[in-house]
Ligand binder design. Sequence first.
Ligand SMILES: Cc1cc2nc3c(=O)[nH]c(=O)nc-3n(C[C@H](O)[C@H](O)[C@H](O)COP(=O)(O)OP(=O)(O)OC[C@H]3O[C@@H](n4cnc5c(N)ncnc54)[C@H](O)[C@@H]3O)c2cc1C
Length: 446
Amino acid sequence: MGFVIIGGDAAGMSAASRAKRNQHDLDVIVLEQTTDVSYSACGMPYNIADAGREIEDLVVRHAEVFREKQGIDLRTGHRVESIDRKKKTVAGKNLEGENFMIPYDRLLIATGGSPIVPDLPGFDLPGVMALKSLEDGRKIKEHIRARDVKKVVIVGMGYIALEMCESLRARNIDVEMVKPRPIFLPWMAGELASVVREEIESHGVKIYAGHTIERVEAVENNLKVICPDLELQGQMVLVAIGVSPNSELAAKAGLELGPSGSIAVDRTLKTTDENIYSAGDCADAYHVVTGQKTWVPLALRANRAGWAVADNVTGIKTELEGIAGSAVFKVFDLQVARTGLSTAEAEKSGFDPVEVVVKTRSRAHAHPGSTTMHLQIVGDKKSGRLLGMQIVGKEGAVHRIKAPSVALHSKMTVEAFSQCDLAYAPPFSPTWDPMLTAANQLLKKL
Ligand SMILES: Cc1cc2nc3c(=O)[nH]c(=O)nc-3n(C[C@H](O)[C@H](O)[C@H](O)COP(=O)(O)OP(=O)(O)OC[C@H]3O[C@@H](n4cnc5c(N)ncnc54)[C@H](O)[C@@H]3O)c2cc1C
């Protein structure tokens, strides 16, 4: 049987490796349009922060290892342009300009996502860059070196924008951030978002939220981001306003699409075609809190979905429960963590949400090194269910969020969560863990 995979990064290579492990004699062909496979995109902001580090450090496994040690027919420089579902073939062009056509028995579309670039004048100028692929990382590092960049304007304020503002400041590059929407982090509880904003501003970064961007212009050696009421200048403009799923191939082939135009899959990762699966940033998923379809482009679910496809293709029936929307990032000295639904998301999903925001300490009373920890917890008044949590603090936020993530998978009530036996010692938390304090406060309102 022939298993063909389009896309050679997290989801695609996870699927290829596991399929070969499950069934050694399976023919696995991976078609990847670039010459890079299996790298840590998530590590790019930290790599860019260090001029002395090679971007190639981020490659997790080289193409030859997949080919020679794992027996995967990995074809880099192969861009798929169409899928013929009747003939069960994919067709495209390689980097030499040659056309190819390859038959499949089972197909996996693991084409990921692409950075969103506004359709405005000047966003195609040299020096206006986005960070998605390893090649983007290479280009950004080279641009900073060659142009001796001293100032960058970042368009957007998502987690990649925030990680990059820390990365650039580490290289002593001035940063200004701008976006049209007036609220700094709209998904985050206001008090927590203010803490994040203060941290960023305390590192010399200027934040301009609520400015409509009209265009980018090249002015002498600089680029100017122009808004009706503001002009920002730098030697580089980083566009970080989010990604959209690469679902065009699927759409052209008549497959059903889901939220945000991602490829609709069932719990076995099958699309609306019996023989075609999809996994990773291009595909949708079920949310364990709402039970509804959602689209969250993050790494673990891409890897896990790749495994699940491999299992299903090799006869090991696997269904994925879904995702809880858990996400973490670091910005300067702060850890930022979330899982589940924000209050607004809970309302939209038909819950009757109640929230509390608490400010506690990260360590026991009077323990040296204790820092402030901010938490928001959301529960449902109707069912008492825990719906979500957000944590911001200088320590202990990121690993803490994993407890409520598990609770969401188990569909726990706030009361059940408040009874959990969470570990305590003075260097790690107060006797009542901050999450238990938050849950106890919320119980009073439910
Ligand atoms: C800067 C940055 C930081 C991140 N940090 C984190 C983090 O901290 N935590 C986290 O969970 N996630 C993070 N992510 C997201 C994470 O990297 C993605 O969720 C993950 O890479 C998705 O894997 P994927 O295989 O679905 O897609 P991708 O990694 O996008 O891979 C898709 C592959 O398909 C190829 N392809 C596309 N179309 C075609 C075609 N027509 N023919 C052939 N090949 C094609 C592409 O070239 C690409 O190699 C980060 C992403 C970036 C960019």
